[in-house]
Design a binder for this molecule. Structure first.
Ligand SMILES: N[C@@H](CCC(=O)N[C@@H](CS)C(=O)NCC(=O)O)C(=O)O
Length: 216
């Protein structure tokens, strides 16, 4: 069968998570760069979100569904446990991160730096300051979670960790979030340890285009 196609662009945290699944399980895949709402994305995702996936004649959207399909279809390490409690904890942490932590830390905090809605394109200080209490609370929550056994869902590496790592990668790059992670010792150690995995190293996104390049 043809290689798995991951459709979406590399800077997306959700696209990276699916690429990490492929890397962890040594699944041959082709990354087909596409922006949200591009025709090839909108043909598969009803709301135009990335990533979407094609494998032969099978098309799928939503990162957790794609991860489940890949984990069940290919050999290699299990990334979504089958033991009921570990499976449920993995699901729980993917849900907590995708429904609350990603909206706070990526869509609100990070986007206020990289896609500010300010007139001059400067970071949106008001939005950043407003989200800092939630940022602090959520970093503390993640810190307590990984302090227990070194992973988000129990004592082994799962898709819950894969789903979080691309978010932490971006948070290391901005002042308030990197300071909060540095002060959260178990979370900082968790990030360092997991960031050394080849699946993470091999999927580092390219730096965003500079403002000058964007303008030209
Ligand atoms: N629930 C989706 C979320 C994916 C998502 O939000 N992707 C972002 C890029 S990181 C996107 O496509 N945003 C465009 C939009 O929401 O319109 C999943 O898990 O795949």
């Amino acid at each position: 069968m043809a290689n798995v196609e991951i459709i979406g662009f590399a800077p997306s945290t959700y696209v990276r998570a699916i690429r990490m699944v492929c890397e962890e399980k040594a699944i041959p895949y082709d990354l087909k760069p596409a922006a949200p709402h591009a025709p090839e994305v909108a043909a598969i995702h009803p709301f135009g979100k990335i990533p979407v996936m094609r494998h032969g004649d099978f098309e799928l959207c939503e990162s957790k569904a794609i991860a489940t399909y890949l984990d069940l279809s290919f050999p290699g390490p299990k990334l979504i446990p089958t033991e009921p409690r570990a499976a449920a904890l993995t699901e729980q942490w993917v849900s907590l991160v995708n429904t609350r932590i990603d909206p706070t830390l990526i869509r609100t905090y990070l986007f206020a730096y990289v896609f500010p809605k300010t007139a001059d394109g400067a970071p949106d200080r008001k939005a950043i300051d407003a989200v800092l209490p939630a940022l602090t609370e959520e970093i503390a929550l993640l810190d307590r979670a990984v302090a227990k056994a070194g992973y988000l869902a129990g004592d082994s590496f799962t898709f819950a960790d894969i789903n979080l790592m691309p978010i932490l990668y971006y948070l290391q790059k901005f002042p308030e979030s990197s300071a909060a992670i540095a002060a959260a010792k178990p979370l900082a150690a968790y990030y360092e340890r997991l960031a050394a995995r080849p699946s993470f190293v091999n999927t580092v996104p390219p730096p965003p285009p500079s403002r000058q390049a964007q303008a030209s």
